[in-house]
Design a protein around this ligand. Structure first.
Ligand SMILES: Nc1nc2c(ncn2[C@@H]2O[C@H](COP(=O)(O)OP(=O)(O)OP(=O)(O)O)[C@@H](O)[C@H]2O)c(=O)[nH]1
Length: 431
C-alpha cells in the first residue's frame, strides 16, 4: 500500500518537477527582464505598499549563489556580516538570508560524499523550513517574487531526495500556486505599465499637438495683426494721398478761377475788362435780335484826367480811377454790367433800359461823382465824366455799332464843355 502511494506521488511529482524546471528557467529570465524594463521606466519597480523592503546586497548575494562558479568564502563572510549588522532584518530579509544559507550549502553539496550530502540536505531542509515559518509575516504578493519563490523548489528537491514525496509534492504545488500569482501580478503590472506608458505617450502626443496648434494660433494672430497694420498703413496712405489730391485739386481750381478772373477783369479796378465787355455786349445784342428788349450803353470818359496824372502823380490817378469805378458801380442796377474800357474810359451795359432811362442813370452818375469829395486825393480839383449814351434802334445794329454811337455821343459831350451827358441820335447827337 505504501509502495503504491509512493508510486502515485512520484508520478505526480515528476511532471510537476518538469513544469517547475521550465518555470524556474523562466523565472531566471525574469530579473533580467525587470532590469531592462526598469531602465526604461521605473513604473514596475515601484514597490507595492504591502512589500517589505529588502537589502539590495542580499538580493545581489542570492543572484551570485545561483551561478555555478561562486566564491563561497566571500559570500559566507558577506552573509555573516548581514546577520550581524546592527540594522534589524525584517521578515523578508530573514527569509532570504535563510534561503541564501541553504543555497550556499546546496552549492557545497556537489563536492561532498553521499553520507555528507544526506546530512547537508537535512540541514538545508531545516534552514528552508525555518524560512517557511516566516511566510506568515510576509505578504502573499512578496512571497510570489522569484527570489523568495525558489525556497519551494529547493525544499521540494531536498524532500524528494529524502524520499518525502508527499512533502515534495506539496512544496511543488505551493510553488506553482505562488508562481501563478507572480505571473498574474506581473501580467497586471505589465498591462498597467503599458496602459500608463500608452497614456503618457497619448498625453505627450496631445501636448505636442496642442503646442503646435498654439504655435499656429500665435502665428495666425501675428499674421492677422500684420495684415491689420498693413491695412491701417494702406488706409492712412490712401487717406493722406486723397487729402493731398483734394488740396492740390482745390489749389488748382483756385488758381484756375484766379486766372479766369484775371482774364475777365481789370487789375486796377476789379471791374469787367474789355474782353468781358465785348462778350456780354455781343450776347445782349444777340438776345435783342431774338427777342427785342430795350438795350442801352453808356461810355464814360473822365475829363482832363491827364492833368490829374500830371499834377498829382500816376498813383493818385489810379486812386481816382478806383474811387470813380466804385461810385459808378454803386449807381448801377444789379442787372447792369460796368466795365473798364481802357485808360480813363468806362462802358456800362444797361439791359431793359431805353435812352431816357439810360440818360437818367448817366445823369445820376455825374451827380454822384460831382458831389463826391475827392479833396483828400486831388486838392480842390474837380472830377467829372463826359458820358455818351447809345440805344439799340433796330435788328441790324451790332455791338460795335452801338459802342461806336456811344463814342460819338461821348465826343460830342467833350466838345460841349465836358461834365455832360449826350444821347446818340441818328444824324445828330441830342443833349
Ligand atoms: N493813372 C493812370 N492814368 C492812366 C491810366 N491809363 C491811362 N491813363 C492816362 O489817362 C490819360 C487819358 O487822357 P485822355 O483821355 O487822352 O485825355 P484827358 O486828359 O482825359 O482829356 P479829355 O479826355 O479830353 O478830357 C492819359 O494821360 C493816360 O496816360 C491808368 O491806368 N492810370
Amino acid at each position: 500500500m505504501r509502495l503504491i502511494s509512493q508510486i502515485i506521488l512520484i508520478s505526480l511529482f515528476v511532471p510537476l518537477t518538469f513544469i517547475s524546471i521550465c518555470q524556474a528557467n523562466e523565472l531566471a529570465k525574469v530579473p533580467v527582464l525587470e532590469a531592462g524594463e526598469a531602465k526604461k521606466n521605473n513604473l514596475l519597480h515601484i514597490p507595492p505598499t504591502n512589500m517589505l523592503p529588502i537589502n539590495p546586497e542580499l538580493l545581489f548575494l542570492i543572484t551570485q549563489l545561483k551561478q555555478t562558479s561562486i566564491k563561497k568564502k566571500k559570500i559566507e563572510i558577506a552573509l555573516a556580516q548581514l546577520t550581524l549588522s546592527k540594522a534589524p532584518l525584517n521578515a523578508a530579509e530573514q527569509y532570504l538570508l535563510l534561503v541564501a544559507q541553504a543555497l550556499l550549502k546546496e552549492n557545497a553539496n556537489t563536492k561532498e560524499s553521499d553520507s555528507r550530502k544526506s546530512n547537508n540536505s537535512s540541514n538545508i531542509i531545516v534552514l528552508l523550513e525555518q524560512a517557511g515559518k516566516l511566510s506568515e509575516q510576509i505578504s502573499e504578493q512578496q512571497l510570489a517574487q522569484p527570489e523568495l519563490l525558489q525556497l519551494h523548489l529547493l525544499l521540494a528537491d531536498h524532500y524528494a531526495r529524502q524520499g518525502k514525496y508527499n512533502l515534495a509534492y506539496l512544496e511543488k504545488k505551493s510553488y506553482l500556486t505562488k508562481y501563478n500569482i507572480y505571473r498574474k501580478n506581473k501580467r497586471v503590472a505589465m498591462i498597467s505599465y503599458l496602459e500608463q506608458s500608452f497614456e503618457v505617450k497619448d498625453k505627450k502626443a496631445n501636448n505636442a499637438l496642442m503646442e503646435s496648434q498654439n504655435k499656429l494660433k500665435i502665428r495666425r494672430v501675428a499674421e492677422v495683426q500684420d495684415e491689420k497694420a498693413a491695412q491701417q498703413y494702406n488706409f492712412t496712405l490712401i487717406i493722406s494721398t486723397g487729402i493731398v489730391f483734394v488740396l492740390i485739386l482745390f489749389r488748382q481750381l483756385r488758381i484756375r478761377n484766379k486766372l479766369i478772373l484775371l482774364t475777365r477783369t481789370d487789375d486796377l479796378t476789379g471791374l469787367a475788362n474789355r474782353n468781358t465787355l465785348f462778350e456780354h455786349g455781343e450776347q445782349m445784342v444777340t438776345s435783342f435780335k431774338e427777342q427785342p428788349e430795350e438795350l442801352s450803353i453808356l461810355l464814360l470818359d473822365l475829363d482832363h484826367f491827364k492833368k490829374i496824372n500830371d499834377n498829382f502823380g500816376h498813383d493818385v490817378g489810379d486812386e481816382i480811377l478806383m474811387a470813380v469805378s466804385d461810385l459808378v458801380k454803386e449807381t448801377m442796377r444789379s442787372r447792369d454790367l460796368l466795365s473798364r474800357f481802357g485808360g480813363d474810359e468806362f462802358v456800362a451795359l444797361l439791359p431793359f433800359a431805353d435812352s431816357n432811362k439810360a440818360k437818367a442813370i448817366a445823369m445820376r452818375i455825374n451827380e454822384k461823382i460831382s458831389q463826391h469829395d475827392f479833396s483828400s486825393l486831388v486838392l480842390q480839383s474837380r472830377v467829372t465824366f463826359s458820358i455818351g449814351v447809345a440805344t439799340m434802334a433796330d435788328n441790324q445794329m451790332s455791338f460795335d455799332d452801338l459802342l461806336h454811337n456811344a463814342d460819338l455821343a461821348m465826343y460830342q459831350a467833350k466838345e460841349q464843355g465836358r461834365n455832360t451827358v449826350i444821347c446818340y441820335q441818328k444824324n445828330s447827337v441830342a443833349r
